[in-house]
Design a protein around this ligand. Structure first.
Ligand SMILES: Nc1ncnc2c1ncn2[C@@H]1O[C@H](COP(=O)(O)OP(=O)(O)OP(=O)(O)O)[C@@H](O)[C@H]1O
Ligand SMILES: [Mg+2]
Length: 224
């Protein structure tokens, strides 16, 4: 068994809409080990984004407990959680949220600047080369194709060597060719850097690349 990097225990989450309460997560538990590729399939509205946001500390559960690298996140204040998130968690979203006024290179370097490190440029240029976007380094996001944007967002997400990379329907707005490229890229990152990755998807073909595959049903993760 690899080292456990994230442990979620009995996570519950509901949303209130006026007098109605919608239970989305009903005691979800998950262990993530170093280097694992985990896929989570679920229908629209099943709670995939809710789950990923909580596992990635962007949102808080109503009850249950989240440990990241052995640290109980309940013991941290908001500032320390933000620090832990910047250092240990990577996100790729369906819409990539690249900052429009910064170049591809700057977008990727921002998380390292936040960490107070300023000597990453050579490493980033290297990564752009490995991932096939070296000649787009000084382009602004609106000068990149959808597939190139998703590659840049992926490099940004892994630059701080997070212990887990979460990808929430990362191929949602890409055509088939670019979806395949991005999924291949995530596989390459998983193998080459032993990067733990969690991908949510509607697509059974994408789900099949997981070495652990789950379905999110009725607020719980069931092994496929
Ligand atoms: N902030 C919110 N307030 C109220 N209800 C919400 C909120 N966010 C999500 N929901 C509801 O919670 C349920 C789960 O939403 P979530 O976004 O996690 O689903 P999902 O599996 O990611 O769906 P999709 O595949 O469409 O992205 C949905 O029914 C949604 O309408
Ligand atoms: Mg979603």
């Amino acid at each position: 068994m690899g080292k456990i990097v994230l442990k979620a225990n009995e996570i519950c989450k509901s949303y209130k809409n006026g007098v109605n309460k919608l239970n989305v997560l009903n005691g979800l538990s998950l262990l993530i080990e170093d280097g694992e590729m985990i896929t989570i399939m679920g229908q629209s509205g099943s709670g995939k984004s809710t789950a990923l946001n909580i596992l990635g500390t962007l949102d808080k559960p109503d009850s249950g407990n989240l440990e990241i690298k052995g640290i109980d996140t309940d013991t941290l204040n908001n500032k320390d959680i933000a620090k832990l998130r910047n250092r240990d968690i990577g996100f790729i979203f369906q819409f990539h949220h690249l900052l429009p006024e910064f170049t591809a290179l700057e977008n990727v370097l921002i998380p390292t600047w936040i960490k107070g490190e300023f000597d990453f440029e050579a490493k980033v240029i290297d990564l752009f080369q490995t991932l096939g976007v070296a000649d787009r380094i000084h382009h602004f996001p609106n000068e990149l194709s959808g597939g190139e944007r998703s590659r840049v967002a992926t490099i940004r997400a892994i630059i701080n060597k997070p212990c887990v990379l979460f990808a929430d329907e990362p191929t949602g707005n890409l055509d088939e060719k670019n979806s395949t490229k991005l999924i291949d890229l995530l596989g390459q990152i998983n193998r080459d850097f032993n990067q733990s990755i969690v991908i949510t998807t509607h697509n059974p073909e994408i789900a099949s690349i997981g070495n652990k595959q789950y379905k999110l049903e009725e607020g719980l993760l069931n092994k496929v």
